[in-house]
Design a protein around this ligand. Structure first.
Ligand code: ADP
Length: 247
């Protein structure tokens, strides 16, 4: 691990006078897994939207590998190597699992879903798509329709799509949300497996998942950083226990 992959300084976002993210400093080390935690409304989603260009900050800066990406639109942030796990709602139920990954390999970002492109074009990426599907445990699912996948496997497909963009920084938004224990375990293994050479930023409510995956944790509360550090330290911080971890 060396240097910072993603740095935010004084990052702030107002919504009509309401400050959802308030002067946040974040330093994500290259090659690390960094978790963002905090109660509902803490500003985690807004922060993700700022880091990926889906929202522009009211104040503050964002650096990717030292280069200023503040205010760049999402496609350009994505092209510079920041990928975000797709939401299930953005899967196309009537398209095959493989076609989703093929399209992403062809450079489709969230804005570029163009399924009317010829099958021939997509199939140039077939082998790489199948390799990625195998990486996420979907080797057997390439020909199935995305809509037919069980919940946990849809999340695995989202991960394959994000990985197809070969990101330097992978942002995962609650990758285990709504999963049963077995799927949670599989997803943790999956993320641990794909982290090689990448930086992962993770919003996660399940603290056991955070403990297993994260090198460092940033705790947000009411838009501000309440605590930051290695999991064990943050977990033992009285302010964090009081604000969030409680039980
Ligand atoms: P988290 O992801 O930690 O639950 P969010 O980032 O979704 O938190 O929300 C932080 C705060 O900002 C919440 O109080 C939420 O109501 C508010 N907020 C988020 N997006 C908007 C928006 N588009 N307009 C107004 N308020 C918003």
């Amino acid at each position: 691990m060396e240097g910072s992959a993603l740095v935010a300084t004084g990052l702030t976002r107002d919504f009509r006078g309401f400050r959802a993210v308030d002067g946040v400093n974040l330093d994500v080390a290259a090659g690390s897994v960094h978790a963002l935690v905090g109660p509902n409304g803490a500003g985690k989603t807004t922060l993700f939207n700022l880091l990926t260009g889906f929202l522009t900050p009211t104040a503050g800066r964002i650096l990717l590998d030292g280069a200023d990406i503040t205010g760049l639109p999402p496609e350009r942030v994505a092209r510079r190597g920041v990928a975000r796990s797709f939401q299930i709602t953005s899967l196309f139920p009537q398209q095959t699992v493989r076609a989703h990954v093929e399209l992403a390999l062809q450079g489709g970002t969230s804005l570029g879903w163009r399924f009317w492109r010829s099958d021939r074009l997509l199939h140039r990426f077939r082998d790489r798509a199948d390799a990625l599907l195998a990486d996420v445990g979907l080797a057997d699912a390439g020909d199935q329709l995305a809509g037919s996948l069980a919940y946990g496997r849809k999340r695995a497909l989202e991960l394959a799509i994000a990985l197809a963009l070969d990101p330097k920084v992978l942002l995962l938004d609650e990758p285990t949300a709504g999963m049963g224990l077995e799927d949670v375990d599989r997803t943790v293994e999956l993320i641990a497996g794909v982290r090689a050479g990448r930086t992962v930023v993770l919003v996660e409510h399940n603290m056991s998942v955070v403990g297993r995956l994260a090198d460092r944790v940033t705790v947000l509360q009411a838009g501000r950083v309440l605590a930051e550090g290695p999991y064990d330290e943050v977990r033992a911080d009285d302010r964090v226990v009081e604000a969030y971890l409680g039980s």
